[in-house]
Design a protein around this ligand. Structure first.
Ligand code: SDX
Length: 429
């Protein structure tokens, strides 16, 4: 592989260094492009061909359907690790020893109190408020009660800010759900592990003496959170990095990431998938009609949960979730007709040239909603669960961006508006 790339323009040649990553990904580093060429820039809407950074956190290969966190395969982690172990791995780079994991959870438990004033902010929202908007606001509001900016040069301050977020975010998630259900905003039970405590905070009814953790539900949620934990430079992670690049705080950066994840083309797709499957069911289960709509350029309908910016093969997470969906519904004794509709759609799409030619496969969102629903999670909370899983990845990426002293993100543009013109008095327009 050559270590230089040449751009030729108007008879002039410009050379730029070639960067090769540890998985042999190759990039042309163009940070001196404007200076070397007197103003030339590249144009790449949606950054489909543009790398924003070097990162050591997550590797994915879209053509081969590979996903690894810090070198460990998603299949192994989903099968063998706890979500808190994966959070530690993503953020600090190594799987924790038992001692490190115990300390992490001990520190989290110490910080899991959320200021009672936060309940007044939550009370200000109507019950109809979408949980993602509530969660983004509450996450930003945490700043008011933790005002000191993180000195990233201090390992201790960075660690403490990370612990606060890992501790308080699940409480905000649980309170967002409980508020919607008109239930008291309780705290968890520190005798439980991290994920079981989340389940108890979310679902313990005020009338129950105690809340029995169903091992099937606990294991399914642990797996789902791991599968969502990071995904390199996706839309919401890039948002967290670019907001953090202005040296805005960690909480503010995560709040921005939650808003980006909300969109139906991104994390909001898991809610959109279930709504789509429900519509197809209501419409008599006519999957062929909806396949036709998805292929019709005049029709804005898209097959939600299908396609991906990077995966041009099966999303490895979708494979794991699909297998888990069958197991979880079977173990919980749940019959969900939309699962059959989903499988029917998938089968048809994988045999349809429109989808095959465009390499459109089921992504992480296609089956996840079916499991969330079986776990008793309301549809509007699905993307909140995605955010809960993605939190350690956002934190890891923000921390890496700050420790690497990345410059403030500021893309350029090609201007296509009016050329210079003189102001005309209104009487002359
Ligand atoms: C996530 O980036 C990440 O890593 C994200 C994520 C993560 O973990 O962070 O993996 C999570 O966001 C998964 C994606 C969830 N979104 C959806 O399921 C929404 C439905 N999918 C599409 O909107 C779309 O596939 C995207 C947004 C996911 C990707 O869009 P791209 O890469 O910009 O692709 P495109 O829009 O350029 O589509 C290429 C072609 C087009 O047709 P042509 O113009 O070539 O004729 O494929 C078509 C598109 O119309 N197409 C679809 C389709 N997705 C793409 N047609 C019908 N249904 C679809 N779902």
């Amino acid at each position: 592989m050559s270590n230089k790339a040449t751009i030729e323009l108007d008879g002039k040649k410009y050379e730029f260094p070639v960067v090769v990553g540890t998985e042999n990904e190759v990039a042309i580093e163009i940070k001196s492009l404007r200076a070397d060429t007197g103003g030339l820039i590249t144009l790449d809407p949606g950054y489909k061909n543009t790398g924003s950074c070097k990162s050591a956190i997550t590797f994915l290969n879209g053509e081969e359907g590979i996903l690894r966190y810090r070198g460990y395969s998603i299949e192994e982690l989903a099968d063998k690790a706890s979500f808190l172990e994966v959070a530690y791995l993503l953020i600090f780079g190594e799987l924790p020893t038992q001692e490190q994991l115990d300390k992490l959870y001990k520190d989290i438990k110490k910080e899991s109190h959320v200021d009672e004033e936060m309940k007044k902010i939550l009370d200000g929202f109507p019950k109809s408020a979408h949980p993602m908007g509530v969660l983004s606001s509450l996450t930003s509001a945490l700043i008011a009660f933790n005002p000191s900016a993180v000195n990233v040069e201090s390992d201790e301050e960075m660690y403490n800010a990370i612990i606060k977020l890992l501790a308080k975010f699940p409480v905000l998630v649980a309170w967002t759900l409980r508020k919607k259900n008109g239930q008291p905003l309780d705290y968890g039970d520190s005798s439980l592990d991290y994920v079981d405590n989340i389940l108890k905070m979310m679902f313990k009814s005020p009338h129950e003496e105690h809340y029995d953790i169903d091992p099937v539900v606990s294991s399914a949620l642990n797996k789902l959170l791991i599968l969502h934990a990071d995904h390199e430079q996706n839309c919401s992670t890039s948002t967290v990095r670019i907001v953090g690049s202005s040296h805005a705080g960690l909480f503010a950066s995560i709040s921005a990431g939650i808003s980006a994840l909300w969109g139906p083309l991104h994390g909001g797709a898991n809610q959109a998938v279930i709504e789509m499957l429900e519509n197809i069911k209501e419409d008599g289960g006519d999957t062929k009609k909806y396949m036709g709509k998805a292929k019709d350029k005049e029709d804005p309908f898209r097959l939600m949960g299908f396609g991906h910016r990077v995966y041009k093969n099966f999303d490895p997470r979708a494979k794991i979730i699909k297998k888990s969906a069958d197991q979880v519904l079977d173990q919980l004794g749940v019959e969900d007709p939309v699962l059959d509709i989903a499988k029917g759609l998938e089968k048809e799409a994988l045999e349809d040239s429109y989808f095959v030619d465009r390499k459109l496969y089921p992504n992480v969102d296609f089956y996840s909603g079916i499991i969330y629903r079986a776990l008793g999670i309301p549809t509007e909370m699905f993307t909140v669960m995605f955010a809960l899983g993605r939190l350690p990845g956002w934190i890891a990426q923000w921390r890496e961006m700050r420790l690497e002293k990345e410059p403030i993100g500021r893309p350029r543009q090609v201007y296509t508006g009016e050329n210079l013109r003189d102001f005309k008095d209104i009487s002359k327009r």
